[in-house]
Ligand binder design. Structure first.
Ligand SMILES: [Zn+2]
Length: 65
């Protein structure tokens, strides 16, 4: 397995998120540093960031207000 394959596997980690602004569900993905999930609303491009704490995220689903 080369480095690219490894990165691909790690990028599968994502979080389901609901964007209130556009009333749509989407996914945001773990950033390179691995300390937060980052993404944008598929409707309006509004950024969403969910920090990953020491104990990880307690919930597997989030709402972007
Ligand atoms: Zn939106």
């Amino acid at each position: 397995m080369d480095q690219k394959d490894k990165e691909k596997q790690e990028q599968k980690k994502f979080l389901g998120i609901y964007f209130k602004c556009c009333n749509v569900y989407g996914r945001i993905y773990k950033n390179k540093a691995g300390n937060a999930y980052e993404g944008v609303c598929p409707g309006c491009g509004r950024p969403a960031v969910v920090s990953i704490g020491e104990h990880g995220t307690s919930s597997r689903f989030f709402v972007a207000e």
